[in-house]
Design a protein around this ligand. Structure first.
Ligand SMILES: [Zn+2]
Length: 257
């Protein structure tokens, strides 16, 4: 298929025992027989993915600008978890929101005392963030390019990183997590959320699950395989937040301090 690439091996545990699981429309998923990762197969190429998000009609990004007040409230709560994890608090610590959308988390991070950066491939979302929540530094683009650019120009690594509902969109979880880890200071803290395919309230039939939406959602994790993925990239999950909706919300620390 155009814009796709073969994907038959598990990204988390390298198992080749990954039989076909389910189809939705023209899209097919496999499930790892060893760790349970569910993944799009064939997988989208980076280019196909970039095209998908360059098209404003493709997938729900405009919804981000609704319910701004409640999003800011939630953002402040989540920033508190990160600032509480900092020895000495958030003041002058570096915060990065990966998939910053309209700037709600960067705004909350600034309010807590962080020096805030945000990156998002959606140029309209970044323009909204720059116009409504100045004070943070924003970049339009993907995380991989951002990491290359940032690390070539800056020595200070991020003390806190936030990545909400992004991991399920990426075609290569290892490249993505390696980039996050490379940007984080030793001892730095990551707050990450993604749908939880192992959750007790996830609809039994995947086709009934509202987030089971190919091709945007390429990867579906559960707690155990996410822990393994993180540990491959020097990140240790130390806290899991309870979630009523089928999602994983975890705090992880970069090993090394
Ligand atoms: Zn696996």
């Amino acid at each position: 298929m155009n814009g796709t690439t073969a994907q038959t091996i598990c990204q988390v545990c390298d198992s080749t025992d990954c039989p076909a699981l389910i189809e939705k429309g023209d899209w097919h998923y496999r499930r790892c027989g060893n760790c349970g990762l569910v993944f799009l197969s064939p997988m989208l190429t980076d280019q196909a993915l970039a095209d998908l998000y360059a098209n404003p009609d493709s997938g729900g990004t405009r919804a981000y600008f609704r319910k701004e007040a409640s999003k800011l409230r939630r953002a402040r709560g989540r920033v508190r978890h990160l600032s509480n994890a900092m020895d000495g608090g958030a003041k002058d610590r570096l915060f990065l929101d990966i998939g910053c959308s309209g700037g709600f988390m960067t705004q909350a991070a600034l309010g807590a005392g962080f020096t805030a950066w945000g990156v998002d491939p959606d140029g309209d979302a970044v323009a909204h963030a720059e116009a409504h929540y100045p004070g943070a530094t924003y970049r339009t683009g993907g995380l991989i390019e951002f990491a290359e650019e940032y690390l070539s120009q800056n020595q200070d690594l991020f003390d806190a990183a936030y990545c909400s509902e992004v991991l399920e969109h990426v075609p290569d979880a290892n490249v993505f997590m390696a980039a996050i880890s490379s940007l984080m200071a030793p001892g730095g803290v990551l707050y990450l959320t993604t749908p939880d395919i192992g959750h007790w309230r996830r609809p039994k039939n995947l086709l009934d699950w509202d987030v089971f939406t190919p091709p945007h959602h390429c990867l579906f994790f559960s707690m155990n395989n996410m822990r393994d993925l993180f540990s491959r990239h020097g990140l240790e999950i130390y806290k899991r937040h309870w979630a009523f909706k089928p999602g994983l919300k975890v705090l992880a620390r970069k090993v090394g301090a």
